[in-house]
Design a protein around this ligand. Structure first.
Ligand code: ATP
Ligand code: MG
Length: 441
């Protein structure tokens, strides 16, 4: 036998529930349910779908995310295109690519843009539960809009999605917010922060030592428990905000209060990318250990200009799909069934073309029908077929007995509940009764 190949470490196959999976990752049914909820919710807020490439020029991320970030320093899958020597990178996040596309197509020409995308992202991290090298994000962005009302809209869309999926905010997911102010305010805070960190230089780990002057704000984002005291006693950015930044933050908070959304202000919330200003937020859960952030975002008013576009404000968020689905799984949130409505039982000797035509007309009427496919040895006994019908999760069996078929009928039998009787239905007019087979939505 030829040698077997496996997926790249930290990159997963997403498979139907029926396939026994060694990695306990959510099955594809949960994915599809999530995606349909996303489509519903985002349409309600007037957001449009976009797709951008998975590969972008390396320079886009270096310029967009900042050189002294975890992602750019150590997590990017970068390579040289062997055909022409271009430096390319598998996207580690979606915002930079979207902004590149918006600039390239002059997409803000006619006014603001509300868009979203979904797809794989790549980061060379140590794989563990909720942290992979290929993972998926829902990414939502509003470009060309400056007000705190749009920041609130971002947060509310996420809440609407939680509700659609049966998660309870405050219990299953909690909102944390902060304001990063504007560059000048950050500069004043930065000087105070560096002074504080220098005074505790002996307590800083190697990463922090290195970032002390290049990007001290990011030190506050450390996951190193040993630095907790130093970080907690550090000067708070919020105390350096001027009246405009404070007003923006106050409107955000008042709007969250107005819609009854509880939150905590986390002064250490800085987020991983350099491009954020004013509002930043995260939705976190206690259910996933240290991989507790399921959704994070904020305002990035300087990024479009930084990447060569005409200055325009923007705000957005990224949601980690694997983490969210792991959370739904951990909470045993009920998921709509992927089972067919009906299973077609086909006794041996029945003319298959007539059955195929009948099943197809039912599907045309909107019924999900799984057909019992006979192998070369024939369809198997009725008993064996009914066992498969049961296992499929279908609520009805369609029994294509030769006598019924000869009269243009099919026998319909309830598999769950019901009195076990088989009711003949006319094949000529499936639309008149097909609706009864469909699962209540
Ligand atoms: P973390 O602090 O957990 O590393 P991050 O700040 O790097 O997260 P973002 O860049 O803000 O994450 O990405 C948005 C979301 O994408 C995260 O909140 C998380 O849910 C998800 N995410 C990020 N990295 C991974 C990964 N390696 N595997 C799975 N999901 C991820
Ligand atoms: Mg990270």
């Amino acid at each position: 036998m030829a040698e077997k190949l496996s997926a790249v470490k930290g990159m997963n196959d997403i498979l139907p529930a029926a396939v026994p999976r060694t990695e306990k990752l959510p099955d594809s049914q949960l994915w599809q349910w999530f995606e349909s909820a996303v489509r519903d919710v985002l349409a309600r807020y007037g957001y449009h779908y976009v797709l951008t490439p998975v590969v972008e020029p390396t320079a886009l991320f270096v310029r967009g995310l900042g050189e002294v970030t975890d992602i750019v320093e150590k997590e990017m899958y970068s390579f040289t295109d062997a055909m022409n020597g271009d430096r390319l990178t598998l996207r580690p996040e979606a915002t930079a690519g979207i902004v590149r596309a918006v600039i390239e197509h002059n997409a803000l020409y006619n006014g603001p843009l509300r868009i979203w995308t979904i797809g794989p992202m790549f980061r060379h991290e140590r794989p563990q539960k909720g942290r992979y090298r290929q993972f998926h994000q829902l990414d939502v962005e509003a470009l060309g809009l400056a007000g705190p009302d749009v920041d609130v809209e971002m947060i509310l869309m996420a809440r609407a999605l939680w509700r659609e999926l049966g998660l309870v905010e405050g219990r299953d997911v909690r909102l944390e917010i902060n304001s990063l102010g504007q560059p000048a305010e950050r500069k004043a805070h930065r000087d105070a922060l560096v002074a504080h960190l220098e005074a505790h230089a002996d307590r800083l780990d190697a990463d922090a030592q290195r970032r002390l002057h290049s990007n001290p704000l990011r030190i506050l984002d450390t996951k190193n428990e040993a630095m907790r005291d130093v970080v907690e006693s550090a000067p708070r950015l919020i105390d350096f905000l001027g009246p405009e930044s404070l007003a923006h933050f106050d409107t955000l908070r008042a709007s969250l209060d107005a819609v009854g959304l509880a939150y905590t202000v986390n002064p250490r919330l800085v987020r991983g990318m350099d491009y954020y200003n004013l509002t930043v937020f995260e939705w976190v859960t206690d259910q996933l250990g240290s991989q507790g952030t399921v959704c994070g975002g904020g305002r990035y008013d300087g990024l479009i200009q930084q990447l060569g576009g005409k200055p325009a404000p923007a705000v957005g968020f990224g949601l980690g799909i694997e983490r969210l689905l792991l959370l739904l799984q951990a909470l045993q949130v009920p998921v709509p069934s992927a089972a067919p409505d009906a299973y077609a039982v086909v006794p041996a000797g029945v003319p298959l073309p007539a059955v195929i035509a009948a099943v197809e007309s039912l599907r045309g009427a909107g019924v999900r029908v799984q057909m019992h496919a006979a192998g070369p040895e024939g369809p198997g006994s009725m008993k064996a077929q009914f066992r498969k019908a049961d296992a499929s999760g279908a609520r009805y069996a369609l029994v294509f007995g030769p006598d019924e078929l000869a009269q243009g009928q099919v026998g319909v039998k309830a598999l769950r509940g019901g009195d076990g009787t088989q009711v003949p239905m006319p094949l000529a007019d499936p639309a008149s009764w097909a609706v009864k087979l469909q699962s209540p939505a």
